[in-house]
Design a protein around this ligand. Structure first.
Ligand SMILES: [Zn+2]
Length: 306
């Protein structure tokens, strides 16, 4: 089957935000209630608010932002930030390399060609490339040129991706899907990059994480207005299945968000001290999520139609 990048508006795909609640018996719309106003971290939008479905847990950020690219202009958002300190950078490099190795063990494959869709700072992309071999991992993001951490490695801008559809054995979209108002269309764009029968790994923050009730609006993964969709396990799986992908596996992931969340409580300076505090608190974070069965992030491994 020839994979096509879908460009239909959400209303036509029948997957308009919350129009079909996976937790309802007969395809009714989500039953949204407001979680109230949140701080606008971009300074570009003004009042931002999250609505959450009482049944499936899906959260959506309002007001709607049909084209989010202006939020990332000039790579000024936190998604692209380089570490100011060498120690912070070195710690992340070690952590990302271990994550890359763990991911490959979970997949049980060594893909010849991998695309990291929405590669952000590019540090994870580089670490995965270090493990898989030079030139086999390509990063991609909005900007025309590669981020500093990916300098000298393969990189494609979003605008260049069309020419490479259906050519990757493995496509990763780590903490990407939550950045768009129309996650169905974005999921199709991501999956269209994989070969027919290829593997796609999607990871997103879990809106039902054990730490959300504790940190409230200071929980770092709210990250408004950049995060547009807030997934529960039910909502993520339902989206993937509705778009026609086979769910091969689901996994819980403990993403070190607790240092950043503590930093938000105390005014939002996300420096090295908070990175170290987060590392110190990581065993507590991990144990809390394990006991509650409510991880900070959800990973889903999909197969595209063959
Ligand atoms: Zn719902």
């Amino acid at each position: 089957m020839d994979s096509q990048i879908m460009t239909k508006p959400a209303a036509e795909t029948g997957t308009e935000r919350g129009s079909c609640c996976p937790a309802s018996a007969n395809g009714q719309a989500c039953d949204f209630g407001s979680l109230g106003g949140f701080e606008d971290l971009s300074g570009k939008v003004g009042h931002v608010e999250v609505l959450q479905c009482r049944q499936c847990g899906l959260g959506i950020s309002t007001p709607p932002i049909p084209d989010v690219s202006f939020l990332y202009e000039g790579r000024e958002s936190q998604d692209f930030q380089q570490d100011g300190s060498r120690i912070g950078h070195a710690i992340k490099r070690v952590a990302f390399r271990r994550q890359a190795q763990a991911l490959l063990r979970q997949l049980g494959q060594r893909p010849a060609r991998t695309l990291d869709f929405g590669c952000g700072s590019g540090l994870f992309t580089r670490c995965l490339g270090d493990v898989l071999g030079d030139g086999s991992v390509t990063g991609s993001d909005f900007e025309p040129s590669a981020p500093v951490d990916l300098a000298g490695r393969p990189y494609l801008s979003m605008a260049e991706l069309d020419a490479h559809k259906g050519s990757f054995d493995l496509v990763l979209a780590m903490h990407v899907l939550e950045h768009d108002d129309d996650p169905a269309a974005l999921l199709d764009r991501i999956c269209a990059m994989a070969k027919p029968g290829g593997t796609v790994v999607i990871e997103v923050p879990n809106v039902e994480c054990a730490w959300v009730p504790i940190f409230g609006k200071a929980w770092d993964a709210w990250y408004l207005p950049f995060h547009r969709s807030h997934f529960s396990r039910t909502a993520l799986r339902a989206l993937a299945e509705r778009q026609g992908y086979t769910v091969m596996a689901e996994a819980n992931v403990c993403v070190p968000t607790i240092g950043r969340s503590m930093s938000n409580v105390f005014g939002g300076n996300k420096g090295l001290a908070w990175l170290l505090a987060g590392i110190a608190a990581h065993p507590v974070q991990w144990a809390g999520e394990k006991i509650a069965g409510r991880p900070s992030a959800l990973r889903i491994i999909l197969r595209t139609p063959g």
